[in-house]
Design a protein around this ligand. Sequence first.
Ligand SMILES: Cc1cc2ncn([C@H]3O[C@H](COP(=O)(O)O)[C@@H](O)[C@H]3O)c2cc1C
Ligand SMILES: O=C(O)c1cccnc1
Length: 339
Amino acid sequence: MTVLFPSVAAFDAALSDLPGPDRAAQDAAAARQGQLTKPAGSLGRLEDIAIFVAGWQGLARPRLEQGRAIIFAGNHGVTAQGVSAFPASVTAQMVANFQAGGAAINALTGAAGLDLRVVPIDLDRPTEDFSVMPAMSVEHCLAALNIGAAQVEPGLDLIVLGEMGIGNSTAAAALCARSFGESAAAWAGPGTGVHGEGLAHKIAVIDRALALHRDAPLSPFETLRHVGGREIAAIAGAVLRARQLGVPVVLDGFICCAALAPLAAHYPAITDHCIAGHVSAEPGHAHLLARLKLDPLLSLGMRLGEGSGAAVATSVIRAALAAHDEMATFAEASVSTSK
Ligand SMILES: Cc1cc2ncn([C@H]3O[C@H](COP(=O)(O)O)[C@@H](O)[C@H]3O)c2cc1C
Ligand SMILES: O=C(O)c1cccnc1
């Protein structure tokens, strides 16, 4: 495997050197939108999506032939604190389900015309319990980042990111609290179904972890390493690599987006090539999207993870690109323009 970020310094250097979109392609796409046979602006956000994808792909007529959903999976030591409604063994069982084709994400990527890659990361080696010690060593966190980055290859038109990891809604809330401040209560939610006293306990575990790691550096890497997880670090690595390669990213729910919280706190432009596929029902997600300055495409009351909301949103993106590419211009169709 090519190691794209061989050191923490290389990861930081990449974050401080984020490429922008191709303005010429973006302008050409905007000009084309103005010539298509419709009143200006009448396709609403579909127009913005086509222009956005054009800018990142560097193509006036962007495409979605090679779309890949990448689902990273990892296990979490913090499950020892009783923070999930499900046992940690479900992570590996769901990975087997993904591989057998029986999960929601299999059906939804099929419906959206996306390839699906499942990337389990050291499932038999959970992270440490971050309420007691850092979740990962520098070496383990960097390895996970690089596993994520390596999944994004030149030539992909778009990637959809997702995660599987029992206990990771606890890690996600801790990442948000550490990155953006506010107490755990502002970020933690039910995850798989933790309510009442269970949720209060989950919040207390996160608060304890935040206090424990209070003096650790607040850099993106150190926050990912202290309270993140392998699948979460992999998502961060994939988003950064996608940026370097001009591949637009569709983000999923609370946990997927929380992978970017430590990066965005220092480098807010990290989300510029990302579309928030949906806003999930996990209460922290809407709050996080506001911090990431992302406006979700869909709001369907979903709260699954696995990349499911992002996969559904891809059908909207596909529709936007189809209209952009296939519609006739006023000149081609001999339709009169506005007076
Ligand atoms: C069967 C099953 C399938 C899932 N697919 C995604 N998740 C979601 O739930 C987990 C996060 O919630 P918590 O922090 O409460 O454990 C993650 O694995 C997430 O992807 C699932 C959870 C379950 C039980
Ligand atoms: O917002 C999500 O993606 C989510 C919410 C709860 C559990 N798993 C994922």
